[in-house]
Design a protein around this ligand. Sequence first.
Ligand SMILES: Cc1cc2nc3c(=O)[nH]c(=O)nc-3n(C[C@H](O)[C@H](O)[C@H](O)COP(=O)(O)O)c2cc1C
Length: 413
Amino acid sequence: MSKKANLKIDFCGVHFENPFLLSSSPVGNHAEMCARAFDAGWGGIVYKTLNLEKTFKVVMPSPRLNALNYGDKRFIGLQNAEQITDRSINDNITDIAALKKKYPHKVLVSSLMGFNDEDWRTLARMSEDAGADMLELNFSCPQMARKDAGHRVGQDSDIVSYITSVVKKASRLPVMAKMTPNITDMVPIAVAAKKGGADAISAINTIKAITDIDINALTPLPNIHGNSSATGFSGPAAKPIALRFVSDLYNAKNLNLPVSAIGGIEKWTDALHFILMGGRTVQVTTAVMRYGYRIVEDLIEGLSDFMLDRDITSIESLIGRAAQKLTDPSEFNTRYQVVSVINQDKCIGCGQCYISCQDGANQAIKFDSGLRKASVDEERCVGCTLCKHVCPVWDCVSTREVDTRDQRHAAVF
Ligand SMILES: Cc1cc2nc3c(=O)[nH]c(=O)nc-3n(C[C@H](O)[C@H](O)[C@H](O)COP(=O)(O)O)c2cc1C
């Protein structure tokens, strides 16, 4: 067996053998599934959100999924119209207890959604009695129409603070509040959860979105017997938005709580990105729905090799390292400038950079139609790097630092 880096991490006093968790969703729906996930190597599981069925009847529409495809790229994101668990509370609690008995060293987080104080208290106590290690409060399901549940609650600081305090009084377990991204600024909501006693924040839940429209039926997808709805979007295409929210939480000076980062993680590099932006653990759903539990092997191996290659001995030392580099745009050093450099040996003469620069940038690419080669007019180039991003050859266009823009532009204009 190849050497592995130390991937252990403590989160709110709970010990994880690695930072990789399944996030609350169908991938952690019952004991048999969770057992297979633990056997595959996941360090923890956030169980599918529990509900006391006497207060709220869950409706699972059919069809309830639609993948976002782009050109020949399939499944770059996923829209779902699913609510919380439709299994009975007794079945779920029995499963949680059985899992903790069989896997005492794995972490099981119980995700809860109540519809009144007593619901929240009961769900918290039942989870604790069953042996759950932590609680996650679902303040973020976008498919809840009721004002007193899901993302509607998650947009109201007072209610978030209040419910968190109700749960904290009912249970001794560490509590993580799961945030909705369907809001401009997540930080005040996370701070409200902290005020209520939250020990950690998880983010993000799914983003309300519309992925496609059937142009024959003139109906958005998923087409649920003639109707549809803007519902939760997840997967790789959601990652940039998730990274932004996670770094907001990490950098918030008035928060200072550990973050469990979620949103579009598929490869070990995605997981590392979230850790570098402030995640202490990371959670995954959509990639598991697509590829299965086995992706955890690549997550473990990739992150481990990265750390071994660089003599990094703990995940702790990576947390937030890139988030610290975020500044307000007004603080950018605007005297710093690069220009593009086109590698003549690699240029295939397609002219894409020329067209893009002509019509979408600064007319700084020269194209020799005889030789079929592109080159850069450095006097005009402002270093926007559009050419580098549209070039179909990955490493054909690079950049080079030049003298400050004031001196150079004086010559052009
Ligand atoms: C089909 C589906 C069902 C989900 N159900 C829940 C749920 O019951 N509770 C919850 O907190 N989040 C739920 N989520 C949200 C995920 O836990 C996660 O926050 C989101 O999908 C983003 O992560 P991903 O891009 O790795 O999927 C669900 C997501 C999907 C795709």
